[in-house]
Structure formats: C-alpha cells, structure tokens
Design a protein around this ligand. Sequence first.
Ligand SMILES: *Cc1c(COP(=O)(O)O)cnc(C)c1O
Length: 424
Amino acid sequence: MHHFTYKDGVLHAEDVSLPRLAAEVGTPFYCYSTATLERHYTVLADAFSGQDAVICFAVKANSNQGVLATMARLGAGMDVVSEGELRRARAAGVAADKIIFAGVGKSRDEMAYALREGIFSFNVESEPELIALSDVAAGLGVTARVALRVNPDVDAKTHAKISTGKSENKFGVPYLDAPRLYTAARALPGLDVSGIHMHIGSQITDLAPFRDAFRLMRDLALDLRRDGHEIHHLDIGGGLGVPYHGDADLPPHPDAYARLVKDLLGDLEARIYLEPGRMIVGNAGILVTRVLYAKAGAGKRFTIVDAAMNDLLRPTLYEAYHEVWPVAAARASSPKSLQDIVGPVCETGDYLATDRELPAFEPDDLIAVMTAGAYGAVMSSTYNTRLLVPEILVCGAEYGVVRPRPSYDELIGLDRLPRWLSKA
Ligand SMILES: *Cc1c(COP(=O)(O)O)cnc(C)c1O
C-alpha cells in the first residue's frame, strides 16, 4: 500500500501533483512519500509490538538524509555496511547504540571509528574479521559486542544476485563451523560475542525460507547456550519482499512474519533485531521521467525517456520488474502496444522496462516507474556524464528537495588535472 494516487486526472505523491514537481524540479527525479514510509514502519513495529524487538532500517536500501531522518523520528535504529553509512545514520540523528554494523569487508579504520562512536554491535562474517576486531577493540581499550553472521545454507528462492544464505555465497560463516568459532571468540580479548545473525537474501516472498533459517537459528542458540555461551540478541536480518507486480505477488504480511518469529524464537528470551530495507522504502518511492521520443522498431515500439540505467540500475542488474504508470490518467486509455522503455545511455542494458504492453506514450509525457524507493537512487551513478538524479521527499501537501541535481560545473569540477597537464 502506498500514497501515489490519481487525483484530478494526474498522479500525485500524497497531495503534491507530479506534473507540478516536474515543472519545478525538472526530470528525471526520485520522489518519496513520507506517509508511505511511516505506514510501512508502523505496520512492522505494530506486528512486533508484543515482542522485545528493535527495527534497524537497512541504510543501503536508501540512505538519503531525508529518509533516514524520517525513520529516526519514528524511533528506528539502523543497519549500516560502511563508515559512510554509519556517518549518514549519525548525521540523521540516530543514536549510536541503535546501530548495527554489517558487511563482509570492514576495514580496521572502519571498526575503530564505529567503536569510538559506541555502536550497539558488529555482525562479523569470518574468523579473520573476528581476530581483527578483537585486535582493534583491545587496542582502544574497549569491548566490541558481536553477533556472528551464520550462513544457514537455505535457499531464499529469490534472484541469484540477491540470495545471500546459500553455502556458495560469500556471506557469513558455515553453520556447522559456528560452534567452534563462538568458542574461539571467547578466548579473544575485546569481544563480547553474544548474538547470532542471519540474513538469507532480499525480495523474499514466501515465509518457508525464513522458517527454515529461524529453526536453525533456534537450534544454534540452544546449542551455544548448552556450551556456556551467553546469547542475548538474535538478528534475523531483512529480506521481506515488496509487491513489484501490484497485487499479483503479495509478500507475507508482517503479522505472519512476526508470528513466525514469536513461534520459533520467542521463548529464547533474547532481544530480536530486524534489518528491513526494501519493505520499508521500496514502494515509498518512484522515479519520474519524461518521454523524449517514441520510435517504431521491428515488432515493437521504443519509448525513449530522460531517465536511464545510471539512475535506476535494477532492471538491468537484477532483471527487475517495475510497473510503469502514465502520470496523466487519460494516457492509460491510449491504444496499447508492445514496447521497451529505454534511456539515452549507450548500453544495450539501458532499459527501465522491456516487452510491456503499454499505452502509446508521446513526447513530453511524464511516466512514473513505480516501487523504485529501494536500491534506486543509492545505486545511481554519473555514467555518460549524466547528472546525479535528484531526490524529493513529499509530506502531505509539502515537498522538499532532499538531494538537488548538481550542476555540470560541480560534476566536472570533481576532476583535477595533474601538474603536467595544467595550463597555468
Ligand atoms: C541488504 C541487507 C539487508 C536489507 O535487505 P532488504 O531485503 O532490503 O530488507 C539487511 N541485512 C543485511 C545484512 C543486508 O545485507
């Protein structure tokens, strides 16, 4: 459920008309809805209200300060995967002790920075990382709280590029090796290894893989406690999917997910940490683009728009499907034809949608690429020396440009000429 709806014949973000935004900001742009962000957070928080649970928004899904500050105001913690994301979370007003630092390749500098900030916990993904963190923490005279990320070898039944819980993926330590590593970690200084972390993938639309993973987490927690380890927190990761095809692929409801967590982990008296990204921000954002040209190809139409793969990489990176809506409701009744929506970038992979039956868009039409709030703007680049796409946050009848479009001078000015090529 989201707050992008047609009013007076044009698509609105809450109470702001998209043609008005396009006129004032220019296209292309991302547009986020505060009411949608709040709704998704609240639905999840309500589902877990009877449990000792903390929601840490996965910053990598959307790290705009406007989005993070909205989450922070709702009381969310954050899950970060780099020093940069940690700095963004702190800048948005998130308390350090609500931040979890994840990722397979934290550098020692990043570890030291996070320890000085006083974050809640590190999710550690290998034995060498455990040793490095111990060394850094002991050197600073502090203790790092740790959850080992355990790879349960379950199939999340999602796209291969966003599956993380299979044994062939680079993530986590092997399930069967975990007891040995918890024992080894106990002997290391500067560590308090008192959590278990699992994150099996993203865009998961079925509860079964979660059930398998949570059962394994439960067994491991009980085994570790029998061996004398204190397990105080269970980080169950993110991964809940969002409906990219309208009502056709509804993911599990947060209530059902919360019930599963309660049934399998609820009696362990450990605090539950969640790391949702996509389900909070996915359909709280859209990409608005303008049609430049329409051309007839052999057997299909190409609608050429001013947004491209550098603005939204998901279609070509993940073969992702995004619904395409005309901003003017009347366009929906134009005759439909088979078409690709493509951008100006010089790559065959530059498309936003392929082989769709869509109305015959005309030059100057505005198009909304739906469900683009997660893994959209954060993956944008300046490939082809295109300006980074701006981001707009709507709240009711108000909007704020939460990342302006840079100028060409700013973009080109990031480069420097070496001494031998400078004229002066
Ligand atoms: C990417 C990621 C998440 C968020 O995943 P979503 O599918 O967006 O919910 C959570 N935890 C970890 C460790 C991640 O890498």
